[in-house]
Design a protein around this ligand. Structure first.
Ligand code: G6P
Length: 366
């Protein structure tokens, strides 16, 4: 059952492998092949109300916040409505301006994170409308919200979030598709995104099939005291979540930076002792990213590239190649090898993978 690790050694790796099924469940019954859109019955927002939304503000803590950053990009790309994510923990302490034409979206796997719940309550007190993107049905945050999307990812036991993270981003893709199709996303682009979403479970399985090789790379890179994670635009939240995962379960220090910012400071850290994990999708920023990798290699920094093809040795020492989806959905796939990297680094270092020190699965107190 869901509460034992079955054939797997830890909940974390079991849940990483459950992602194709989790994504299928998040998508189930929600794609419309006739109008190339998504149906989300729980939003409690009709098309007229949704069209009146001028801004989207997304709140969550930890991995939920990073999923929110990916969600914000999806909403901007597909619906062309400004969207921004912020840690719920910060938002609730800064007397935020609550606007009537902003749609607030709270993300929480457990639905019980106190900082996120407090942010929702503050928004509601000031008249804002809040949707929840939540895994646990009937949880405190789900009950407090005006509507939302349930992930249906199944129970997540490991402290480090993986399948709930991925399902959250899929839920945002559905929201962005639905929102986009009542704004100006074309039927052709709607069809393209629907097809991309349907391809995800199979493509995640393809990445998981590379586990053995990624485990070897993880054992090698786990020897370092720290790692740098970089990505541009779509790759940037992937880098942030990848660094977070590594820190949480392996206790290896990791920094995440936008690749574009490297030369404005952290390039000073690059040396043979600090390897870089670089997200290099084959998008319009590939050349820029390869230039950055050349700058790292020129300073004898080791590079592990995650992208759509094996780069030239001038740019990377190692590469993990993931299947190509649609550019907007590629971040979902680029993040999967980083989960395996973190897990296997933690195993190589003998860490308590499912219960990392100092962390709790949900922080229900202030
Ligand atoms: C804790 C966990 C994190 C998680 C965060 C938010 O800090 O250690 O892994 O991302 O809470 O949890 P939630 O249940 O609100 O998504």
């Amino acid at each position: 059952g869901s509460y034992d690790t079955g054939d797997h050694q830890h909940h974390l790796i079991k849940e990483i492998h459950e992602q194709p099924d989790a994504v299928e469940r998040t998508l189930r019954g929600r794609l419309d092949d006739r109008f190339h859109t998504a149906h989300l019955g729980g939003l409690n927002l009709d098309a007229r109300e949704l069209r009146a939304v001028r801004r989207v503000k997304i709140l969550g803590c930890g991995s939920a916040y990073y999923a929110g950053e990916m969600g914000a990009q999806l909403i901007e790309e597909l619906a062309r409505v400004p969207a921004h994510a912020e840690p719920a923990s910060e938002f609730r302490y800064r007397n935020p301006v609550i606007e009537a034409d902003t749609l607030y979206v709270a993300i929480s796997q457990s639905g019980e994170t106190y900082d996120t719940l407090a942010a929702v309550q503050e928004i509601k007190r000031k008249g804002g409308r809040v949707l929840g993107v939540v895994n646990t049905v009937g949880s405190a945050i789900a009950r407090e919200c005006d509507g939302g999307i349930y992930l249906h990812a199944g129970p997540e036991i490991s402290v480090a979030s993986t399948k709930a993270f991925t399902s959250t981003v899929v839920a945002f893709a559905l929201l962005a598709l639905h929102f986009g199709r009542i704004h100006d996303l074309s039927p052709a682009d709607g069809r393209r995104i629907c097809a991309g979403l349907k391809a995800l479970p199979g493509q995640i399985r393809e990445i998981l099939a590379q586990e053995e090789r990624i485990a070897e790379l993880a054992a090698e890179y786990a020897k370092y005291d720290g790692m740098m994670f970089i990505g541009r635009v779509r790759g940037w939240p992937v880098a942030r979540e990848g660094a977070q995962k590594l820190k949480e379960v392996s206790y290896v220090h990791a920094e995440a930076y936008p690749a574009s910012e490297l030369k404005h400071g952290p390039l000073a850290l690059i040396s043979p002792e600090l390897p870089t994990v670089a997200l290099v999708p084959d998008d319009e920023l590939l050349d820029k990213n390869l230039t950055t990798l050349g700058e790292i290699r020129a300073r004898s920094g080791r590079v592990l590239a995650v992208g759509h093809r094996v780069p030239d040795p001038r740019h990377a020492d190692h590469a993990v190649v993931v299947p190509r989806n649609e550019p907007e959905l590629d971040p979902l796939l680029l993040g999967i090898p980083l989960q395996l990297l973190a897990y296997h680094a933690a195993v190589a270092l003998g860490r308590d993978v499912d219960k990392p020190r100092n962390l709790a699965k949900s922080v229900t107190v202030e």
